[in-house]
Ligand binder design. Structure first.
Ligand SMILES: Cc1ncc(COP(=O)(O)O)c(C=O)c1O
Length: 387
């Protein structure tokens, strides 16, 4: 009997070791892991570069708190400032802390310029921004808020891709619109470049900040460092997590200098956020992702995978409704519930995970090999045949 609470519906499988795209269960079975800790292990299991960075730092200093300067964090923040839209960064420990901090940054910005009432956050109905009490009310999903008491105020909602609904939901008190460029948990639903561009324009016109939640789709997963780069828009605030830690818990909020104005000493904090161990691993992840050709390779290899999945879809038009996604954030949407399909894939030694709208999420590591993709394709085709 487990002494853990039952808030997770865990599969009856545990692992003893992993290497790259593969993971080995305690019963000796070898799986192709296209879950990778839910888009977290961006460089696969047991990446030697990450292990080296972690071991090196572990022998020096693990934790000091943000009462002191943390050189590894200074370095990581500077790399973001050099390579992305951002001028500055706050480090956290998880995605939901990053989205919460993003909300706080937006509200504090308007507070700092005397617009105290401009503090409402507009999100997509039934979206996903994490599980803290504010983040679940940001999502507006009945399932996630049920039983958690009085509504956290300050959140409004609009319908995915619907400008009419968006415009209707904006008030003079709207401080920020927060959306995922690609909705991961929601079923790999991709916002078009047209939508993101127009959204940016509306935000500019109405003096509203744009928060793009790249916790799942960011840090190379889409084939660009940020998914919003495809639309050529510039956000104000971007929470990230998952992939930047490569398996180590890291969250971060990237922002422009302008919106960081409210983040004066004492306005926000985290005991563990940005600790030396986490920052060393984060820097090691960026070493790989910023390597010449790394992101281009994701674009190339994901195109191949997408084509192959579409061939399967064509052969099984009554089973597969749509192949969704960008880069290596891939969704296979079925006509019916996906539970049985995922189980069959697992029985055939391929691990995948569910998302909304009957979608199977396929999340290989970003350094996945073509041979591993071919193995996944073979297994998916076999399962389609069986079903
Ligand atoms: C878009 C998005 N935001 C926030 C979160 C929350 O991240 P975490 O589970 O690390 O708190 C997730 C997690 O799946 C996510 O996909």
């Amino acid at each position: 009997m487990s002494a853990l609470t039952k808030n997770y519906n865990r599969r009856k499988i545990a692992f003893k070791k992993g290497k790259g795209s593969f993971i080995y269960a305690t019963d000796g079975k070898k799986y192709l892991d296209f879950v990778q800790g839910i888009a977290v292990n961006s460089l696969g299991h047991s990446n030697p570069h990450l292990i080296r960075a972690m071991n090196k730092q572990a022998k020096k200093v693990w934790h000091v708190s943000n009462a002191f300067i943390i050189p590894e964090g200074e370095k990581l923040a500077k790399r973001f400032a050099k390579k992305t839209f951002a001028d500055c960064v706050i480090f956290q420990n998880s995605g939901t802390e990053a989205t919460e901090a993003a909300i706080k940054v937006a509200r504090r910005y308007f507070y700092s310029i005397g617009q105290i009432k401009k503090n409402r956050i507009l999100c997509i109905k039934n979206s996903f921004h994490g599980r803290t009490i504010a983040a679940v009310f940001a999502s507006g999903s009945k399932k996630m808020i049920e039983g958690f008491g009085k509504k956290v105020p300050g959140f409004d909602h609009f319908k995915f891709g619907d400008f009419k609904s968006l415009k209707k939901s904006i008030t003079k008190d709207t401080a920020a619109v927060m959306i995922e460029p690609i909705m991961g948990e929601g079923g790999i639903k991709v916002h078009s470049s047209y939508f993101l561009k127009k959204l940016r324009k509306i935000c500019n016109q109405k003096n509203i900040l744009l928060i793009l939640d790249e916790v799942q789709c960011g840090v190379g997963r889409s084939g660009k460092f940020f998914a919003f780069e495809y639309a050529k828009v510039k956000p104000d605030i971007v929470p990230i997590a998952k992939g930047i830690g490569g398996g180590f818990p890291i969250g971060a909020v990237l922002m422009t200098k302008k919106v960081s104005a409210g983040m004066v000493p004492g306005s926000h904090g985290s005991t563990l956020g940005g600790n030396p161990l986490a920052m060393s691993v984060g820097n090691a992840v960026l070493d790989q992702i910023f390597k010449k050709g790394f992101l281009q390779n994701i674009q190339k290899i994901s195109k191949y995978f997408n084509n192959e999945l579409n061939k399967i879809k064509k052969d099984y038009p009554k089973l597969i409704k749509e192949v969704r996604g960008v880069g290596l954030l891939i969704g296979l949407q079925l006509f019916n519930d996906q539970t049985k399909f995922i189980k069959k894939l697992q029985d055939n030694k391929l691990l995948t995970i569910r998302a909304g709208e009957n979608t199977i999420r396929i999340l290989p590591p970003l350094n996945v090999k073509k041979s591993e993709m071919n193995l996944a394709i073979k297994i998916i085709r076999k399962v389609c045949k069986e079903l």
